[in-house]
Design a protein around this ligand. Structure first.
Ligand code: NAD
Ligand code: MG
Length: 384
């Protein structure tokens, strides 16, 4: 029996690679829902190839265009459309949206009875970690990681039991700027920051990798996915991106998951329900690699990673939302060439210093905090 699959953000880096897994396994999956922002040229080709029942695009004008082209297709638009997509019950719900825009669809998918939530959208757990995991538990929904580090941890966790885990070690490529000083980072342009050494990803996560905010987010994501204490989560810089992360057990064993850097591997593992289907990933050539290296992350220069640890240790629900909101606004401004590379981390630092942490009871409080922190970030930049 084919499994029904929804992919939010199907035209992005993760979305298109998820569809490549579907393409390779036509007997296993049937596409039910696809959504995208503005790239309806790519979506149109996906509709023709995968024949979804329902699609969502950002603008109503694009939605009308598609309604005219495809008679039997259900087409919606905007954030309401995304929520409509999330209410559709499917066997596998993949969230590959970028930013906090992914949180509400995840919540809606869970409350609508979706039981298998494969998350690429890390901002869901960064901003709503505690509340989302609580909700999933009560609803009996599984939260499945797509992020390569968390997939590696998930795989390595099967080598022992939870109470035998000493800690986890997330590997970080360090991004394009690892090893540079603050002074050398100052004038780095978006074009330079977008050139990731090992992975070809969307622009937002590429900048997050350059600032190491991405690793900070992954520390927070890991805390919630695997129910760990902050001091059980280590980060090591491993610039080859061959070991995707490790679990250290109390007997001294360290179990690593390795492979050529190719997101189709963790995507396939997630959507298949822990199967090892062919993915098209190239084989790992140890002789050619020769050496694998490891180094300590530089938290003084790359402050974003440090902020993530501080926010987690402090334990509030609000500070991670502020961290994420400020980062989203600043990355956007940086990509537009309106602020410098170091303004991202320096401004986040300022905003976190001024923030009074609190706990939340409802998802509403997350969206409100997000709005406030965004406005505050824009104001700080405008007043410079
Ligand atoms: P991307 O920018 O390539 O794609 C994002 C997708 O979401 C596109 O389909 C876009 O049209 C859609 N989208 C973006 N904003 C939207 C909005 N406001 N409303 C509706 N649709 C919107 O991003 P990506 O690199 O595929 O990353 C997706 C998520 O996966 C991010 O949270 C990222 O951190 C995470 N992730 C990505 C990678 C990777 O290799 N790309 C690896 C690990 C985790
Ligand atoms: Mg990752």
């Amino acid at each position: 029996m084919q499994k029904l699959i929804t992919i939010l953000g199907s035209t992005g880096s993760i979305g298109t690679q998820t569809l490549d897994i579907v393409r390779r396994n036509p007997d296993t999956y049937r596409v039910e829902v696809l959504t995208c922002g503005k790239r309806i040229d790519i979506l149109r080709a996906q509709i023709l190839e995968f024949l979804p029942r329902l699609v969502v695009v950002s603008s109503e004008i694009d939605a009308d265009t598609l309604r005219n082209e495809f008679e039997n297709l259900e087409v919606y638009s905007g954030s309401d459309g995304l929520l409509e997509a999330a209410t559709q019950q499917v066997d596998i719900f993949v969230n590959a949206l970028v930013g906090i825009a992914g949180l509400e669809p995840t919540v809606t998918a869970i409350t609508s009875g979706n039981k298998y939530i494969a998350l690429a959208n890390k901002e869901t757990l960064v901003t709503g970690g505690r509340l989302v995991m609580d909700l999933a538990k009560r609803a009996g929904a599984e939260m499945i990681p797509i992020d390569s580090e968390h997939s590696a941890i998930w795989q390595a966790m099967s080598a022992g039991s939870k109470d035998e885990v000493d800690k986890i070690i997330l590997t970080a490529s360090g991004g394009p700027f690892f090893g540079l000083t603050r002074d050398e980072l100052k004038d780095k342009t978006p074009a330079q920051a977008l050139k990731h050494p090992n992975w070809d990803m969307g622009s937002k996560i590429s900048i997050d990798s350059a600032t190491m905010m991405n690793k900070g987010f992954e520390v927070i994501e890991a805390r919630w996915l695997f129910d760990l204490q902050t001091d059980q989560i280590d980060v090591v810089v491993h610039k080859e991106s061959i070991i995707h992360s490790m679990v250290a057990y109390r007997d001294g064993s360290v179990i690593a998951q390795m492979g050529a850097p190719d997101m189709r591997v963790p995507i396939s593992y997630a959507v298949s329900g822990e199967k090892r289907d062919p993915t098209g990933a190239s084989a790992m050539d140890l002789i050619k690699l020769g050496t694998l290296t490891f180094a300590e992350p530089d938290l003084e220069t790359f402050k974003c990673l440090d902020y993530a640890y501080k926010v987690l240790k402090e334990g509030s629900d609000s500070a991670p939302v502020v961290l994420n909101a400020a980062n989203e606004v600043l990355v956007e401004l940086y990509l537009q060439g309106r602020i410098g590379f170091l303004d991202i981390q320096d401004t986040i630092g300022k905003i976190l210093d001024e923030h009074e942490p609190k706990m939340f009871h409802h998802f509403e409080e997350i969206w409100q905090m997000d709005e406030i922190a965004r406005a505050q970030t824009r104001q700080i930049i405008a007043e410079r």
